[in-house]
Design a protein around this ligand. Structure first.
Ligand code: NAD
Ligand code: UGA
Length: 458
């Protein structure tokens, strides 16, 4: 079959693969190839056991793979063959040198730029889909322009706003698609090509265009605003606990103001995921770089409140359980950073588990999708840790359970049965406020919610 367009995605991770799977699904006349330097990842994408758990993803991959969707290890040849290239490699926080712990580590990004340059025999459109510091496109342009010959490269910024767990719906029905370009004739022509791809399934008023720096910055700012809402409500949850107010009632009353809105106002043990912290720190670094320390401090406080929320949670467990956790068995219910994903990157459950281990507690970890990642995260940690998927087996014989992930499954558990199998007095620390807390109290548990008065007989 002769394809109308050939699209390459470099980086087969949580963003690159699902977003390009969606293009393949919506554009059957385009050939979409996804490559990665990690050969095991590509093997997994070509198998029945996909490397990313995302509701609805399996079905679309099965429908398109081998028809117009391909996963390949041959990066060099694929660069030669494709003229539209999405770059979706990881951009973690730098762990060394200048800006360590804050700036984005752009080594994977730069390697990709050089690889594109070395292997290109024709002009290309190169699209930043990874989240990057403002002005990265300029660096990309400079690397790509350093080659000899008359082929040209147009760099676009097309940040991705999907969230894990809802990626398929977010990709299929995005709030907006943002495309930033240079406002030159070539830049505008490249922009038009990308608009054409998205127009296959996204309505025109949702495809917005901008200058390239605005697009890069908008992505960091969107994540910073979302995380800021979580930290705002979490900071108020601390006040609620002191003042006998109920954070759910406060969030409802505040969120019903249409100027504020009700989303992202769920108090909990704090935000996790690979991006919020990394992107805010990246923003903080940029503010320092541009000589704006007050702005940097403002955004950094969002991350500090997130850490404070986790410290508060563990201090509450310790204090409520008579100031000692040594030799007590505690079940961590949920290890993924949110429901409907197996991803544990920056999951609050990692810190909480480490704090429990530091108190010499015995920790049982349960999760329907994330136990493999949990075991990798804690591989170097010392202490008594076990991994049990079945929540009833995991909680049996425990002194307390700490709910870390808002899996729907945990709302529906038979807590009467769980109570019977636990050591008394039994405790629930509901880090997501998802269970029927009053019912659990009636069953006999001592219940410690977030941002609400504790329900306890002690
Ligand atoms: P990821 O770690 O899951 O995937 C990145 C992939 O890139 C890995 O498989 C890695 O092997 C591959 N890679 C790295 N260097 C490469 C190279 N030189 N050539 C080929 N492959 C290479 O990361 P992710 O979660 O998909 O995030 C990717 C980017 O997208 C980040 O910048 C992130 O901030 C951004 N983002 C992520 C999400 C999300 O929900 N995870 C959402 C929006 C944006
Ligand atoms: C987030 C953004 O929502 C996406 O738009 C963005 O594309 C993505 O980051 C990214 O750049 O990586 P994601 O991290 O997958 O998506 O998930 P979210 O739903 O945003 O949740 C992030 C964290 O905040 C989770 O730990 C979640 O439990 C927590 N959260 C969220 C709360 O504690 N309360 C809330 O009200 C909402």
């Amino acid at each position: 079959m002769k394809f109308k367009k050939k699209i390459l995605c470099i980086g087969a991770g949580y963003v690159g693969a699902p977003s390009n799977v969606m293009i393949a699904c919506k554009c059957p006349d385009y050939k979409v190839t996804v490559v990665d330097i990690n050969p095991q990842r590509i093997d997994a994408w070509n198998s029945d056991n996909l490397p990313v758990y995302e509701p609805g993803l399996d079905e679309i991959v099965k429908k398109t793979r081998g028809k117009n969707l391909f996963f390949s290890k041959d990066i060099d040849n694929q660069i030669k063959e494709n003229d539209i290239i999405f770059v979706c490699v990881n951009t973690p926080t730098k762990t060394f040198g200048a800006g360590a712990g804050m700036a984005a580590d752009l080594q994977y990004w730069e390697k990709t730029a050089r690889q594109i340059l070395e292997n290109s025999k024709s002009s290309k459109i190169v699209i930043e889909k990874s989240t990057l510091p403002i002005k990265t496109a300029l660096a990309m342009e400079r690397i790509l322009a350093s080659g000899k010959g008359d082929i040209t490269f147009d760099v676009l910024s097309n940040p991705e706003f999907m969230a894990e767990g809802t990626a398929i719906n977010d990709l299929e029905n995005p709030d907006r698609v943002l495309i930033g370009s240079r406002e030159t004739p070539n830049g505008l022509a490249a922009r038009a090509q990308l608009v054409e791809i998205y127009s296959r399934w996204v309505s025109p008023e949702k495809i917005i265009t901008s200058n390239i720096w605005s697009a890069e910055l908008s992505k960091l700012v969107a994540n910073a605003f979302l995380a800021q809402r979580v930290s705002s409500i979490n900071s108020i949850s601390a006040l609620c606990e002191k003042a006998d107010a109920d954070i759910s009632e406060v969030a409802r009353a505040v969120g019903m103001d249409s100027r504020i809105g009700s989303k992202f106002l769920k108090a909990g043990i704090g935000f996790g995921g690979s991006c919020f912290k990394k992107d805010i720190l990246n923003l903080v670094y940029l503010c320092h770089f541009y000589g704006l320390p007050q702005v940097a401090a403002y955004w950094e406080s969002v991350v500090k409140i997130n850490e404070y929320q986790q410290e508060r949670f563990i201090a509450n467990i310790l204090q409520s359980m008579f100031n000692t956790l040594a030799e007590k068995k505690i079940c961590v219910l949920g290890f993924a950073f949110k429901a409907d994903t197996g991803d544990t990157r920056e999951s609050p459950a990692i810190n909480i588990t480490r704090m429990l281990l530091a108190e010499h507690a015995e920790v049982v970890i349960s999760d329907p999708k994330a136990l493999g990642n949990a075991a990798m995260d804690l591989a170097d940690d010392e202490g008594k840790i076990s991994y049990i998927e079945d929540p009833y087996q995991a909680t049996a014989g425990c002194h307390a359970l700490a709910i870390m992930t808002d899996w729907d499954l945990y709302r529906k558990l038979d807590y009467r049965k769980i109570y019977k199998s636990m050591i008394k007095p039994a405790f629930i620390f509901d880090g997501r406020n998802i269970i029927d807390q009053h019912k659990c109290f009636e069953i006999g548990f001592n219940v410690f919610p977030i941002g609400k008065p504790a329900l306890t007989r002690l």
